[in-house]
Write a protein that binds this ligand. Sequence first.
Ligand code: SF4
Ligand code: SF4
Length: 205
Amino acid sequence: MISMKIVIQDEKDYQKFLRRLFFYKSIFYSFVSFQLEGDSKYSLSVFQTALNFKSRRKRIEYLYDQACSMIDSKNKNLNLCGFVNGRCYVQRKKKQKECNGCCRLCIYQTNHGCPTQNLACKLFHCGEVKQRYSVCSFEDFPYLKLLSLKNQYVLKNDYFSLREDVLKDLYAYTLTFSCLRIFFRIIKNFLLKRGKVLFFLFPML
Ligand code: SF4
Ligand code: SF4
């Protein structure tokens, strides 16, 4: 391995570094071990670790888990959606009978909350939440720029899915294939949810 040191002291260095990311993650740097130095506000340790993963899958998985754990630690002990007796801000405001907020539409939701790590869901906040909290957005995780544009799009839209399924969507090389996988899961989710409602209404069916 050839060691390559990059020093990022100010915004200009940082922007230059971002512009070169496409090359740093390419095959031409397969035998380069990056050493990034500079201001910690640029998340350089995450960039460095990700760039030093030479396996595409490992890099994607690492970036995904990093963003999830950073959101979890920022939101720790916060009741962002204002749940009271299982109803969120919106459900209480509209006096709805349903519980569990947006997750009521998902087949994976359990009585103990979400059983997985879904980045799109973690980044989704309705107006009721946004007007009360300064919430995380995709732009707060600059290291996600290491992902292709196709994967950035998938990450932002892959709701109601298990972490493992999202990762498979990210591993796929084409947007069409990822979107087809997402589309079929949405249909499956809808049918299974509808099945549960029908079973609840007509248990003899
Ligand atoms: S994002 Fe909004 S609608 Fe969804 S669970 Fe939270 S408060 Fe409810
Ligand atoms: S995957 Fe998303 S919608 Fe489903 S339970 Fe988890 S957070 Fe809720």
